[in-house]
Design a protein around this ligand. Structure first.
Ligand code: ADP
Length: 614
């Protein structure tokens, strides 16, 4: 190496924005820079462990896999060295000069909108390395890759507009980062301070961390230890470390099994829903190990998609070390792991729900969408998941919830169907005409009030052999009950139905006298294969040209005074009777949430009022 050339690069525009934010708005989070750098070092050494198992010609195996930190108070520097895979020139440019992660872009947008981030989000978004510029006004990265013929390189930047790369003296494999601390951050060169950060954030890193020659962290594979030897505090610390989290875990599941496959698993349910702030889908959060060697930090297919919110570790001694990430999803072993662990997690939810319903309720409020996604997408587990649903019903008090198991236990003798209705809220459902007939017969109706419930019940279709059926639909057979007042005769009803059918024409598929209603004169029923109001709303929202005249069946209440009056009026005052007929249909459509255009309704109302007063 006779001459060295220095390459100058400018940061990608997004990186500049990111740095701007990291340095200015995230100031309060600046403690985390060390965690980020240590975690990068550790990831890189995990790759070395993996290569040792898979690459025959991997050189320099057996080198001390450890992270060393050196502090220099006078020079105000922190030097962090790892023996990981290092980076080539191309990798330095790609990894430390551009944003590859879509998550980082989402993070940037969120930051711009809110003008700040709740503590702890940096790590989740992999802003990682750049957090060094929160404490340093100059960062040097010395790097030599594990690859054949790799250069000895020095990367340097002030974290403003760009960086330089040049060849440097002979280096060992790995990365050495030198942070030149800025004025305000000089105290990070103090031993007590750095030691505090390591024990707080990086205690479970799977490699020794040495600070000025002294070992600081405990290297423990907590998931392989005996449950009785682990305290709640240790579990929590491990959760926060493994899940890059700052909240308390809600539930945890720690188990081992030998058959049908060897598993040691330690899984946590977070305290907060990671997708709730509009950040979009999170990646899989349970890492896959084989005898303490990391195989994949975000394995796809290890757990079903809907379980992406859980965090933790699965270690299986049965996995081949060289399993490739690409084919993992297709591996029979991984499928087996998936099956066993998913069932254990669902069982845990069931147990927790029974043991502490209030706690489960709080969890459910935050995470119900994941469980529902499971019902709709995870065929093998949907029945087990259905048991985890919670809802109010016509028999619970407002605000009190129960599950399908409770519902089935309360079913009347001979009841074969689980009745439900999807609506916006309990109030809206109860003020409509649908529930009254079921209440009068002592039949319980489930109130589903979440926008996605329509799809959930659709994919469920039955529970423990009992069909789920919407009470908005026609064709529900109900036994007769004696209502107050005399009913119109069958003959009178036939005449009235024929009159309505003729007056309303296409707008109704059928008009009949029914047994359902108690207090309302008429009800609009959606045909069995018809579109529900919720689905129609969605279609309308998605397509402004959506036009669909809802086809409904009308069911009349033969005991209702209005119906009786109409039966007379169709003979004595046919003109008014026609207006009333149309108005009855519109009223029923409004109650059903199916009336799209009310202009005609209002005109007719006005004319009816006029006639009523003349
Ligand atoms: P993240 O760690 O979330 O990927 P970073 O910005 O911290 O984001 O790092 C970007 C990339 O730079 C890493 O994915 C890794 O490929 C590379 N990198 C960072 N630090 C090291 C290191 N110590 N050794 C090897 N590669 C590293």
């Amino acid at each position: 190496m006779s001459t060295t050339t220095t390459e100058k690069h400018t940061f990608q525009a997004e990186i500049q924005q990111l740095l701007e934010l990291v340095v200015h708005s995230l100031y309060t989070d600046k403690d985390i820079f060390l965690r980020e750098l240590i975690s990068n070092a550790s990831d890189s050494m995990e790759k070395v462990r993996h290569l040792e198992g898979t690459e025959k010609h991997f050189k320099d195996a057996g080198a001390d896999l450890q992270i060393t930190l050196e502090l220099d108070k006078d020079a105000k520097t922190i030097t962090l060295t790892d023996r990981g895979v290092g980076m080539t020139r191309e990798e330095l440019v790609a990894n430390l000069g551009t944003i590859a992660h879509s998550g980082t872009k989402a993070f940037l947008e969120q930051m711009k909108e809110t003008g700040g981030s709740p503590a702890g989000l940096i790590g989740q978004f992999g802003v990682g390395f750049y957090s060094a510029f929160m404490v340093a006004d100059k960062v040097e990265v010395f790097s030599r890759s594990w690859k054949e013929g790799a250069e000895n390189l020095r990367w340097e930047s002030d974290g403003k507009t760009g960086y330089e790369i040049e060849e440097t003296e002979e280096l060992p494999r790995g990365v050495r980062i030198v942070l030149h601390l800025n004025e305000k951050s000089a105290d990070f060169a103090e031993e007590y301070k750095v030691k505090g950060l390591i024990t707080r954030y990086s205690n479970f890193v799977g490699f020794p961390i040495l600070l000025d020659g002294k070992r600081i962290n405990e290297v423990e594979a907590l998931w392989l230890k005996n449950k009785s030897e682990i305290t709640d505090e240790e579990y929590k610390a491990f959760y926060q470390f493994a899940g890059k989290a700052f909240d308390e875990p809600t539930y945890r599941l720690h188990f081992s099994a030998d058959a049908p496959i060897a598993i040691n698993a330690l899984i946590f349910v977070p305290g907060e829903n990671p997708e709730k702030m509009g950040f979009g889908k999170v990646d899989a959060g349970v890492a896959l190990y084989c005898k303490k060697v990391l195989i994949d930090p975000e394995p796809k297919g290890l757990l079903p998609e809907w379980l992406r919110f859980v965090k933790g570790v699965v270690d299986s001694a049965d996995l081949p070390l060289n399993i490739s990430r690409e084919t993992m999803q297709d591996s029979a072993l991984v499928r087996k792991l998936n099956g066993v662990i998913t069932k254990r997690i669902i069982k845990m939810f069931e147990k927790e729900a029974a043991g502490d319903p209030d706690k489960y309720r709080a969890f459910y409020k935050k995470f119900e969408r994941f469980l529902k996604e499971g019902i709709a997408t995870d065929y093998a587990n949907k029945d087990a998941l259905a048991k985890l649903l919670r809802f109010e019903t016509s028999m619970t008090e407002a605000g009190v919830v129960c599950g399908l198991v409770d519902y089935v236990a309360r079913m009347k003798e001979g009841q074969e169907t689980i009745h439900f209705i999807v609506g916006r809220s309990r109030d809206e459902i109860e003020s409509g005409p649908y529930v009254e007939a079921f209440k009068a017969r002592g039949l319980e109706v489930i109130y589903f009030t979440d926008a996605v419930d329509e799809y959930v019940v659709d994919s469920l279709s039955e529970f423990e052999g009992k069909k789920l059926s919407s009470i908005r639909h026609a064709g529900v057979e109900l036994e007769d009950v004696d209502g107050a007042g005399e009913a119109l005769s069958e003959e009178q009803m036939d005449g009235l139905c024929a009159f309505l059918q003729e007056t309303l024409g296409d707008a109704v598929t059928k008009v009949s006298g029914g047994k359902r209603l108690v207090d309302s004169p008429v009800i609009a029923l959606v045909p069995q294969d018809g579109m529900s109001p919720q689905i129609r709303q969605m279609m309308k929202a998605m397509d402004e040209n959506f036009k669909d005249k809802p086809k409904v069946e009308l069911e009349l209440n033969p005991r209702h005074p209005l119906v009786k009056k109409l039966a007379e009026a169709r003979v004595s005052q046919p003109e008014i009777a026609k207006l009333v007929a149309s108005q009855l249909l519109d009223n029923a459509l409004i109650s059903a949430g199916l009336l799209d255009d009310a202009r005609e309704t209002i005109r007719r109302m006005n004319s009816l009022m006029e006639k009523a007063m003349s």
